[in-house]
Design a protein around this ligand. Structure first.
Ligand SMILES: Nc1ncnc2c1ncn2[C@@H]1O[C@H](COP(=O)(O)OP(=O)(O)OP(=O)(O)O)[C@@H](O)[C@H]1O
Ligand SMILES: [Mg+2]
Length: 149
């Protein structure tokens, strides 16, 4: 069974005009795009999305940042999609993000780190349901990817 993951291109990604470049990294890897939209995230959805961090000192900054400007939210599907997307995103700590990863190539400060990717199947399901209805998750076949769909 293929796994699904939620990716958010954060406000800094859209503001910097690198949305196409970042989308293209996920696309070129071969991850299947199941859903994608640009939205202003509500404070309620942002707080639910980041609930695991609610006691962290950076929580308010994190929520204020993600609601500050439009984001692109997308759902990607593949076997091991969650781990693959996190590898493409790179490490959270700036100095540990390897060149070749999104954060390794584009990020100089942890609070402005271009992408979010789900960290487990449970988080992915919760996060996808926070931003997408069932009808928005599009089922289709890719002919050129007949071995993975
Ligand atoms: N010490 C910090 N100071 C400021 N912001 C932080 C700090 N640690 C984490 N963050 C922000 O909170 C987000 C969520 O942190 P988390 O530990 O879940 O990292 P992650 O899983 O690598 O990132 P994400 O959840 O965005 O994919 C990070 O992406 C970053 O934007
Ligand atoms: Mg996380």
């Amino acid at each position: 069974m293929h796994e699904r993951t939620l990716v958010i291109l954060k406000p800094d990604c859209i503001q910097r005009g690198i949305t196409g470049e970042i989308l293209s990294r996920f696309e070129k890897k071969g991850l299947k795009f199941i859903a994608m939209k640009m939205i202003m995230i509500s404070k309620e959805k942002a707080e639910y999305h980041y609930a695991e961090h609610k006691d962290k000192p950076f929580f308010n900054e994190l929520v204020d940042f993600i609601i500050s400007s439009p984001c692109v939210v997308l759902v990607l599907e593949a076997e091991n999609a969650i781990r693959i997307a996190r590898k493409l995103a790179g490490a959270t700590k700036v100095e540990e993000a390897a060149p070749g990863t999104i954060r390794g190539d584009y990020v100089i400060h942890i609070a402005s780190n271009v992408v979010h990717t789900s960290d487990s199947p449970e988080s992915a399901e919760r996060e996808i349901n926070n931003f997408f209805s069932a009808e928005e998750l599009i089922v289709y076949k890719r002919d050129l990817y007949s071995w993975i769909g």
